[in-house]
Design a protein around this ligand. Structure first.
Ligand code: NAD
Ligand code: ISE
Length: 337
């Protein structure tokens, strides 16, 4: 495709509005051609700020609008399957925010529908794969200098949860990123999940099991731990340390700016994901637009969306029933090789 890519953005809440801004102000080679949201006022307000952008309350109507070549889905997870199937009807390339869908059965239906199209159409918004530090870490592991990865320690901390955030969402909404990054960094599927539950923090809303310690086992015999701690109060932190046979490598310390003043040294901590991963969201968008304009689909696939949904299911069972739960994963179709 030679021209500018016209994108329909479905869902204009926190992430969708930020993606609209990004496409409009940061990304090159793309424009926001249409927006859709069930909230008519919100979607009109957003479209009014962008020349040539139409507003819709029906996602399918936005996808059928003039000048739309591709779709970005940023509605809540339960609305993703319908939006993906509508995009497939128009044979449009899609960048779909995580999760692909909230369960493995619905994710499998999406895989089957994409395979019926005969070509890949979906990139899933696991944006950490575009974070400069994670990219460096993966490149280092791939050189083999450190030897085989034995363990991966992760910390995932949020300042506070929004209203309605449940104990299951610590797994489905938050740890899903570590599921993807583990599979990507180590190049191995996750085979089993165990969840340990400390006495909840006094910062956590009543009834929320926060924090949790989540353990993955991988097909290659690595063990991965994730501290998920989403009402820590002090900042948004995502850190990872890989322990290999000949050394370790660690990212996410946030030491890019260190100040010395009045007998103290220190820096600042990001307060949310839009700040910590701003560059990653930008790079993800540019990579998707560039690949789409070349007629290619790159980045995390619908298979990655399905595989993480399957791990989430094992994780929620482990959280609720206790013990070690094995991940039930379908055979990977050659289509997603
Ligand atoms: P949000 O609640 O702020 O926004 C969702 C928007 O979608 C709302 O404006 C709502 O009116 C609209 N909506 C609801 N149902 C719809 C439908 N059927 N069709 C069209 N619009 C609909 O949510 P959010 O925080 O922006 O999350 C959106 C998506 O982004 C979710 O899938 C979430 O998991 C994902 N997300 C990803 C990251 C990340 O780091 N990659 C961070 C936050 C959220
Ligand atoms: C949110 O939905 C995200 O995707 C963020 O990246 C994550 O850090 C946060 O915990 C989730 O709630």
């Amino acid at each position: 495709m030679a021209g500018v890519l016209g994108v329909a953005v479905i869902g204009t809440g926190r992430m969708g509005a930020d993606h609209v801004r990004r496409l409009h102000e940061v990304t090159s080679g793309a424009r926001v051609a249409a927006v859709a949201d069930v909230d008519a006022e919100r979607v009109k307000r957003i479209a009014d700020g962008i020349e040539g952008c139409s507003a819709h309350t029906d996602p399918a109507a936005a996808m059928a609008a003039d000048g739309v070549d591709a779709v970005l889905i940023a509605s809540p997870g339960p609305a993703h399957e319908a939006a993906l199937l509508a995009a497939f009807e128009h044979d449009l390339p899609v960048l779909c925010e995580k999760p692909l869908t909230p369960g493995s059965a619905s994710a499998l239906r999406v895989l089957e529908a994409e395979q019926r199209l005969g070509h890949r159409r979906v990139q899933v918004g696991f944006m950490r794969r575009y974070d400069a530090e994670y990219v460096k870490l993966k490149s280092l592991l791939e050189t083999g200098q450190l030897g085989r990865p034995l363990m991966l320690h992760n910390r995932h901390r949020n300042v506070a949860t929004p209203p309605g955030f449940t104990s299951e969402m610590l797994i489905n909404d938050s740890v899903v990123h570590e599921m993807d990054i583990t599979r990507w960094l180590l190049g191995q599927e996750i085979t089993a999940v165990t969840v340990l539950k400390p006495t909840p923090s006094g910062n956590a809303p009543e009834g929320l099991q926060d924090p949790q310690l989540v353990l993955f086992e991988t097909a290659g015999g690595a063990v991965v731990d994730v501290e998920i701690n989403v009402n820590c109060g002090f900042g948004y932190q995502v850190q990872a340390e890989v322990v290999c046979e000949r050394g370790t490598a660690r990212i996410g310390d946030g030491h890019s700016l260190v100040t010395n003043m009045a007998g103290r040294w220190g820096g600042t901590i990001a307060q949310d994901f839009t700040e910590r991963f701003e560059d990653a969201y930008d790079r993800q968008m540019q990579a998707w637009v560039d690949a789409t304009r070349r007629g290619e689909i790159t980045g995390p696939s619908a298979w990655d969306g399905y595989a993480t949904a399957a791990v989430c299911e094992a994780g929620v069972r482990a959280q609720q029933e206790g013990g070690r739960v094995e991940v039930e994963l379908a055979k990977r179709p050659p289509f997603y090789a």
